[in-house]
Ligand binder design. Sequence first.
Ligand SMILES: Nc1ncnc2c1ncn2[C@@H]1O[C@H](COP(=O)(O)OP(=O)(O)OP(=O)(O)O)[C@@H](O)[C@H]1O
Ligand code: SF4
Ligand SMILES: [Mg+2]
Length: 355
Amino acid sequence: MVKSTIEETRVSNEQAIKTYRPDARISDIDALIVKDFSVYYETEAGTVKACDNVSLTLKQGERFALVGESGSGKTTLAMGLMRLTRPPGHIAKGSVKLNGRDVTKLSDDEMRKTRLSELALVPQGAMNSLNPVMRIEQQIMDGIIDHLDERDSRPSAQELDEIVKDLLNRVGLRPQVARLYPHELSGGMKQRVAMAIGISLKPNLIIADEPTSALDVVVQRQIMQTLGRLQEGLDASIMLVGHDMGLVAQFADTIGVMYAGRMVEVGPVYEVFSNPKHTYTQLLIQSLPSLKEKKELVGIPGLPPKLIDLPPGCVFSPRCPKPTEECKKGKIEMGLIEVSPGHLVDKCCVNCGQN
Ligand SMILES: Nc1ncnc2c1ncn2[C@@H]1O[C@H](COP(=O)(O)OP(=O)(O)OP(=O)(O)O)[C@@H](O)[C@H]1O
Ligand code: SF4
Ligand SMILES: [Mg+2]
């Protein structure tokens, strides 16, 4: 009985991907394996465990979405994977295997080369991170030139010009944009430039941290389509960071839900949306507005906990509508367990018997 349910789940998720993303090419090769990865900030008030014991795997060609409320640790995880964490933050433990190499063990110089060429980040607020006094072409070229090896011959000015125009074309911008300054571009255009810089060295993993926040819904949709096209064109994997569950459901193949610095549920998008197992995920999905039935909007009561001072028992218990005494006070064991193929849930919420 259990077996047939698991088989059915697998079939329905594959069907869902085939329906929504018929050109998806997801290989069996693991592009990224993150294990027990923790990034902490050391502050005067104590240690902020903003990303704690996170584990996840991404296949080559897969679209993974990372969701969670503001402050749940999504950017901390993304920056940690890129090894761009700045003091007082530091990688406390764990491994990040990218194409078989543990990036936490690379020298600074090796890591610098790995960024853009294997692993690229379109950072949160990317459109504001462009240098205001530099033309767009120079900003795109800088990353390319910086990654040239001593043995590489420097491309000619004309070659660089063609590379820049090709990149602009791939993100849907006219070649004339190369000569402009950031203040001459709209928010959506700046976001596209950030994507052009991100893909300039054909990475096989792109991390896009909230690429559509602060953009109107029409531009959001166009940016997501461009991002999807770029990812498919490069046969890359993508980690999309965002709050918008609706957008994520349309774009991603798999989803990871973060709460208070921990991953509480991971799995195929279809499976997690149709059969969420963690109470927090259930509430996130319930809070989505529906066009089919008019109902009162439901939010998640309360506020996320201070990461410096986590509650005893389950970290979500102060906001959970159905905590048991064990959940609230018990020494609950936390960590992900597999409930169906590829669907992992924090064991505290599986073992408490509430779901
Ligand atoms: N430099 C820092 N020093 C101390 N704490 C920090 C620092 N940067 C982030 N934090 C804390 O780490 C936690 C996670 O922050 P992070 O920016 O990763 O969240 P997020 O999920 O990306 O949020 P958002 O959706 O708003 O972008 C927050 O509680 C934040 O206050
Ligand atoms: S473990 Fe208990 S308190 Fe925590 S989310 Fe699940 S049901 Fe709620
Ligand atoms: Mg963030």
